[in-house]
Design a protein around this ligand. Structure first.
Ligand code: GDP
Ligand code: IMO
Ligand code: MG
Length: 429
């Protein structure tokens, strides 16, 4: 099959950027299929840390074509900053980066609307990254958005003004101050000029031609399955389909082309922003996870909420995505613990015990039921291989594999490319 999909199984920040960069040499194409600058994908190699927001994580490999797909919402201003930041690394954008003409454009008033909507929610805030994601997808669905391909048309200015004016009406309704709009627009139009100089393509034809040429493609997800607009903890979700199905609509590829679905998860759990989090630890252990895992948002710098791994949630994500291989991240963060807990079931308000996610998860008052494992409680050296893992870690992994019914093919022991162990050879060599 031509297209493998890598996606997050939790609430985002599972380590997608690191792994896409790590496995990219096995592919000829890397393509982002949804989300936008709400994403922050961290890559580390040669002692340098990079955080990518909109540019696919295959960009540091000279032989790889990177595509920003039609399902993405693109902020030209943030895109320009990202490109400027990468100039010193000799990336050949002309050869290696292609942007879908059908990707939706985030305009400055989308960001203002995001803030206006959040302000109006009082203590029910989603915790949006305030990058304008929701309002931009809203305009896409309302069939009034602007797309990247529009920037080369003669009437782009008037299309822009029409959309901006409709946004102003809403901002007025919310009594949201947009005095800074003129300055934002100046920056926006400069960024649009910059965007025009890139390869803007009919990405669905482009990618299907690559498929016909038997090129291997990795679709890179953003966010995670529990933030999916349909299946996440609604309304505390993002505004796109973060799941495997989203790769088909977000790139214009048929499901029959999909091969492996690589599901990535942390050996524990984090969430940034509002919404339910059954295994959240508001105690010293949560603080230890945050400290050891350096759990602060890559995009917003916000502290991430931390808790134990949640098997009912992982089972749900695996079911929805048809995950064929699991990649377990940040195992090193658990080095600090003498005991490690795994949530196997939820106890609901009425006393029933389930391993499925209730419809009303937001108000469900779930009590997690845990199985406790002995920790390995020591640091694991980097030159270790899959056969010499501490027995306690092997037990932990085997239990998770047997509960989830999918093999763990890779474990990650640190942020660097090199701190990665393949457990079996099933990740395409
Ligand atoms: P993404 O959004 O899924 O790409 O993940 P982020 O980049 O937002 O967050 C993952 C964070 O964990 C980043 O700071 C990574 O550098 C870091 N990271 C990735 N894998 C590991 C790992 O195995 N161990 C540790 N300690 N950090 C890791
Ligand atoms: P990556 O790709 C973690 C969260 C926000 C908020 C909710 C909605 O780095 O894993 P939005 O700005 O999309 O309207 O915010 O979703 N969120 C993320 N959390 N990682 C992300 O991306 C996220 N992108 C959005 O914190 O709760
Ligand atoms: Mg992230």
């Amino acid at each position: 099959m031509a297209v493998d999909i890598l996606l997050g199984l939790q609430w985002g920040d599972e380590g997608k950027g690191k792994i896409v960069d790590f496995i990219a040499p096995r592919y000829q194409v890397v393509a982002r299929f949804q989300g936008g600058p709400n994403a922050g994908h961290t890559l580390e190699f040669d002692g340098i840390k990079h955080v990518l927001h909109q540019i696919p994580s295959g960009i540091f490999h000279d032989s790889i074509i990177n595509i920003i797909g039609n399902g993405v919402v693109l902020d030209a201003i943030i895109f320009k900053k990202e490109i400027d930041g990468l100039r010193k690394y000799n990336v050949n954008f002309n050869k290696n980066l292609f942007i879908s003409k059908k990707a939706q454009l985030i305009i400055p008033t989308h960001r203002l609307l995001d803030a206006a909507y959040e302000n109006s929610k009082g203590d029910k805030k989603i915790g949006s990254t305030l990058k304008g994601i929701g309002p931009t997808y809203q305009d896409k669905i309302a069939r009034q958005g602007l797309r990247v391909g529009d920037i080369v048309s003669d009437d782009f200015q008037s299309k822009y003004q029409k959309l901006r004016d409709s946004h102003k009406t809403i901002l007025d309704f919310y009594q949201f101050d947009y005095n800074n709009l003129e300055a934002l627009e100046k920056e926006f139009f400069e960024a649009i000029e910059h965007l025009r100089t890139f390869n803007l393509v009919d990405s669905e034809y482009f990618i299907n031609k690559l498929i016909a040429e038997k090129k291997t493609i990795l679709a890179e997800g953003a966010q995670g399955s529990l933030l999916d607009i349909d299946f996440g903890s609604y309304p505390f979700v993002t505004s796109s389909n973060t799941m495997a199905a989203g790769a088909c609509t977000g790139l214009g590829i048929a499901p029959s082309h999909v091969g492996e679905v690589l599901g990535i998860f942390k050996a524990y759990c984090t969430r940034v922003g509002g919404g339910p989090f059954p295994t959240e630890l508001n105690d010293e252990q949560g603080e230890t996870l945050r400290k050891q895992g350096n759990e602060y948002g890559s995009t917003t710098g916000r502290p991430r909420r931390c808790g134990w791994i949640d098997l009912p949630a992982l089972k749900y994500a695996i079911m929805l995505n048809g995950v064929t291989q699991l990649l377990m991240m940040k195992v090193d963060v658990l080095n600090a613990f003498e005991e490690i807990k795994v949530c196997t079931h939820y106890q609901l308000k009425d006393g029933s015990v389930v391993d499925t996610l209730p419809f009303d998860i937001v108000d469900a008052e779930i009590t997690p039921i845990y199985k406790t494992f002995k920790g390995w409680n020591k640091s694991i050296s980097e030159d270790i291989n899959a056969d010499s893992l501490p027995a306690e870690l092997s037990d932990y992994i085997q239990y998770i594999e047997s509960e989830l019914g999918v093999p763990v093919s890779l474990i990650s022991l640190g942020p660097d490319r090199k701190q990665t162990i393949l457990r079996n050879s099933s990740i395409t060599a």
